[in-house]
Design a protein around this ligand. Structure first.
Ligand SMILES: Cc1cc2nc3c(=O)[nH]c(=O)nc-3n(C[C@H](O)[C@H](O)[C@H](O)COP(=O)(O)OP(=O)(O)OC[C@H]3O[C@@H](n4cnc5c(N)ncnc54)[C@H](O)[C@@H]3O)c2cc1C
Ligand code: SF4
Ligand code: SF4
Length: 680
């Protein structure tokens, strides 16, 4: 939840006119990038004329962190009237990180822009330089001032209201409050008693006490380790194992005596001196509930800012439009006389123009979308991130679409036949000449293209199809995992281009992964129907069952599951619904890749260094919903033995700390040794 963001445009403008969002809350997960956004917004606002009415400020900045301070210092230095309102102290997020925390200044290839200094140092020194910069500049910062609401008068002047009844008026409001809103609560009886706290500030305060720490993340483990030196500590965690804890913290937990860890446990109530856990009463002098933080939803609502996952009328209208569009495109593509209602009998004729059927224009439209949005994706992930891997990936997707899914089936196949480039024998074979559509099978392997086996076994299409599916694809998988999906495939191509802007909406969590089993069902159905069709071709048996099954498969899988449903859902669940949940080829490749990993011959894995700061960017942008961060924290190799990774590399690209990289999988033993070595 903490990763839900406000909806903002490229200029940081929110849905509330005159209100901007920058920093961690706007998706900058590290200090340098947060500062960069602050500087960029200040530069944009400086292009406007300074004409704040009456005694109003030109801008109120909420939050004195890296983003807010860098923005405010720039505006202030260039003559604008600004004030910063901070609920705690200057740089409080960094100041509250664990004692002695070193602040890295990644990404290294970006220079610091603006007037706020940034040096790699321990957190207290970083915050001290920020305070000096503010004091030296004369910038007005009001500490211990919490913003609670925002209103607007008819003239467009914004009034920022603070806790305690104060208010400040301004023309522009810049929200730089970071993404950590209020701490999450268990919601159990007695949680508001004074001995139960949701943050741990000073461990030295506690001595000889019985302490319960609730939670299974880094902050819970770090707190338990720090408190265990002088206290008796119990960790209560509802999971069966720690998933999101760094290797280093796990090692420290193992090596610290006196901590009792209770997995699969549940705290149900607190009473003075007692914590009720798993139906038993546990004596408890202090309890720390450290289970993460809530996205600052209520706060953003109070400012009138829309969140990216909110269903307003525009989103409903988009869903309706996508459904109609998708249904029409595929409904008409069924061919003359087979169109879906209400296009039956006229749709295909109506949509055929320029002497070409709708299926041709559909391919033109598809190719145009992959090209236009592919160039956009190339800019977003390739050029903007200076990442050659992504530039090549998008070039490959566009290239495959143009050559294998457009030029060959629509033009080159006919030329090859007319000019006998394929030899005289093939050019005069009606089985070959009249089946241009089978050229899609040059790249599409069985069972995605499950007509592979149909026809004479000596037929060139059948021979190539078998080779592609059972030799070329496994070899590719051995070296590249499931990169076929993100470098070559047309279905994956549309998802990675047109669907890219919604990739962060991919369903996440255990339930979402559980549903991936649906593609096993499609794979089994495809296999059974293929057997029936081949039996029918070879022995003339099961004729009507095979034909019936084929008709149903074409309708359910090749029309609704490939085309209509997933494309209509792009703006709501990202582009990979088909690839992740229903594509039988994706499942088959995953099994190949998992087997190669198990037999230690696979060349595909994503490895991590020990620098992860748990920002969650990698998990947010994984279009197949993998919790990449949990692998990075544990420094465990991510392979197709433990995930359905399709090798797009976006997690590697977005990681601001350069934690992730493609690698050959290491054996589990080497992984453990490596992690221990890196902690020495
Ligand atoms: C464990 C951990 C380790 C990290 N390590 C690094 C690192 O090594 N290097 C690095 O570059 N980054 C690191 N980061 C990330 C870094 O802390 C953030 O990227 C950065 O602080 C974001 O800056 P910001 O200005 O957007 O938000 P913040 O720094 O969070 O500032 C937001 C400010 O707004 C204030 N505020 C919130 N609500 C209100 C309100 N209602 N009214 C008034 N004020 C309000 C808060 O008190 C806070 O001071 C780490 C983060 C974590 C969690
Ligand atoms: S884990 Fe990374 S490389 Fe694999 S699919 Fe997700 S974002 Fe792409
Ligand atoms: S590995 Fe993921 S969570 Fe860790 S720093 Fe990189 S992007 Fe953030």
């Amino acid at each position: 939840m903490a990763n839900v963001r406000p909806a903002i445009d490229d200029q940081f403008a929110s849905s509330q006119p005159g209100v901007y969002v920058i920093g961690d809350l706007a998706g900058s997960p590290v200090v340098k990038l947060a500062m960069e956004q602050g500087f960029d917004l200040a530069s944009n606002l400086l292009r406007e004329s300074a004409e704040a009415p009456g005694g109003a400020y030109d801008a109120v900045i909420i939050g004195a962190g890296a983003a807010g301070l860098n923005c405010a210092l720039e505006l202030h230095a260039r003559g604008r009237r600004v004030v910063v309102l901070e609920k705690d102290r200057i740089g409080s997020t960094v100041a509250n990180l664990p004692e002695g925390k070193w602040i890295y200044t990644e990404p290294e290839d970006r220079t610091v822009r603006g007037r706020l200094p940034l040096v790699a140092a321990v957190k207290d020194d970083v915050v001290a330089t920020w305070r000096r910069a503010v004091e030296g500049s004369g910038l007005e910062v009001r500490e211990l001032t919490t913003v609670v609401r925002l209103t607007r008068d008819r003239g467009g002047v914004l009034t920022v209201e603070t806790a305690g009844g104060g208010s400040v008026q301004a023309r522009r409001v810049i929200v730089a409050t970071g993404k950590f809103g209020s701490p999450s609560k268990l919601g159990v009886q007695g949680e508001d008693l004074p001995f139960v706290q949701h943050r741990l500030f000073q461990t030295k305060k506690y001595d000889g006490d019985r302490i319960v720490v609730v939670g299974g993340g880094n902050s819970a483990v770090e707190a338990a380790v720090a408190l265990a030196a002088q206290n008796q500590v119990t960790i209560s965690y509802r999971g069966a194992a720690f998933q999101r804890v760094t290797k280093e913290n796990l090692r420290r937990l193992r090596e610290t005596p006196g901590i009792e860890v209770r997995f699969n446990s549940k705290v149900t109530a607190f009473r003075p001196g007692v914590c009720e856990m798993d139906g038993r009463e546990q004596p408890c002098d202090h309890a720390f509930v450290l289970i993460g933080s809530e996205a600052p939803r209520d706060f953003l609502k109070a400012l009138g800012i829309r969140l990216e996952d909110e269903w307003d009328w525009k989103r409903w209208a988009l869903l309706a439009a996508m459904c109609v569009l998708s249904y029409t495109i595929y409904g008409v593509k069924q061919g003359e006389g087979h169109e879906f209602w209400p296009y039956t009998g006229w749709g295909a004729h109506f949509f055929a123009f320029g002497g070409r059927p709708w299926s041709f224009w559909y391919t033109v439209l598809y190719t145009a979308l992959v090209t236009i949005f592919g160039i956009r994706g190339m800019k977003r992930w390739g050029f903007d991130h200076k990442d050659k891997f992504q530039i090549w990936r998008y070039a490959s997707l566009i290239g495959f679409q143009w050559i294998f899914f457009f030029l060959i089936p629509e033009f080159l196949f006919q030329s090859a036949v007319a000019n006998q480039w394929v030899g005289e024998r093939l050019a005069s074979d009606p089985n070959f000449v009249n089946n241009a559509w089978r050229s899609y099978g040059i790249i599409y392997a069985w069972p995605l293209f499950f007509y592979t086996f149909l026809g004479n076994p000596a037929d060139i299409w059948v021979i190539w199809g078998v080779l592609l599916s059972f030799v070329v694809i496994p070899v590719l998988v051995l070296f590249q995992g499931k990169r076929y999906c993100t470098w070559m495939c047309g279905c994956g191509g549309l998802a990675e281009t047109l669907g890219d802007r919604w990739r962060h909406l991919a369903p996440k969590g255990r339930q979402a992964i559980w549903w991936e089993r649906m593609n096993v069902v499609v794979l089994v159905a495809a296999a059974l129907i293929t057997v029936a069709l081949v039996a029918h071709d070879l022995f003339r048996t099961w004729q009507s069952s095979a034909q019936h099954a084929l008709v149903w498969y074409k309708l359910i899988v090749d029309t609704w599951l490939v085309g209509i449903i997933p494309i209509a859902l792009y703006p709501f669940f990202g582009g990979k619904i088909w690839c992740r949940y229903w594509c039988p080829l994706a499942k088959m490749m995953e099994w190949f890749s998992a087997a190669f990993t198990r037999f230690r011959v696979s060349r595909f894995a994503i490895a991590s260094t020990d620098k992860c700061i748990a920002c969650g960017e990698c998990s947010r942008y994984c279009q197949v919903g993998i919790d990449v961060m949990s692998f990075a924290l544990k420094q465990e190799d991510l392979t197709n033995g433990n995930s359905s990774c399709i090798g797009c590399g976006i997690c590697v690209t977005v990681c601001p700390m350069d934690v992730l990289s493609f690698a050959r999988p290491r054996s589990p033993l080497v992984q453990i040794q490596g992690a221990v070595a890196s902690t020495r």
